[in-house]
Design a protein around this ligand. Sequence first.
Ligand code: SF4
Length: 289
Amino acid sequence: MRVLLADEYGFCFGVERAVEMVEESVSAGETVRTLGPLIHNEQEMKRLGSHGVVTVSEPVQIGRSETAVIRAHGVTPQVEQELKEKAGKVVDATCPFVTRVQRLASRAAAQDRHVIIVGSADHPEMIGVRGYAPDHSFIIKDETEVAALPRLKNPLVVSQTTIKAKTFFDTAEAIKTKTDDEVEIVNTICSATRDRQEAARALAGMVDAFYIIGATHSSNSVKLHAVCKEQCQKSFLIETEDDIDPADLFGAQTVGVTAGASTPEWLIKKVVKHLESIDPNGTKDMALA
Ligand code: SF4
């Protein structure tokens, strides 16, 4: 079986960096506690767990002899302070793209301006960013929520790093009706999600079947699956190579592979190796069964 990988797939920059920072702490002999799951991938979490990495939900669960890790989504300044008080050491793995949004929000709040963040109010990244401008900010999901905003003072408009560009710019345009002041619009969308979707779409039209490696509860993996399905009917979202049904590959010559932003390289390699070992013509009996 010929296997083609999409041009962009798997760990994004921020997730890769966070995992590397955790691995460095583990190698240094530290007892590592991450505040919230580091990534949405059960296999990788199990691997990290086998090195003693434990996920906690509150800073109070971390002891003085332990290292606390802030994951790529970031946290509020208050939570960061709590971690510093509880843990022996704090490793800040906030993605630099998220740190940029936090800094922009903090600067605008210090200037007594309003901050509008376009994104999901319950997403950890948004909760963290809002913590940098608690008395000056509003989180809205799209332009339909602009009408409910009060009159705005010199507003800054920023975005959750993973939303669609159209949603952000349509919302930013609508916000102009809420003020007589100048509106500062800063596009803080990260291109990782879009790049993976575009690369998957381009490849899906050229293959007989497509495998998306990622968790079924990972939203970027589910979106990748939907994008591939538009181009290739035989597109499957799988967590490991065990989820591959060889009968689906009867007569296929070439399969495409991509992976969500939380899928580690070692797991992708395992799936590719397994696919390469499948004889598509040897799967006929299974297909007819
Ligand atoms: S998706 Fe973008 S912003 Fe989020 S962690 Fe990855 S690189 Fe950073």
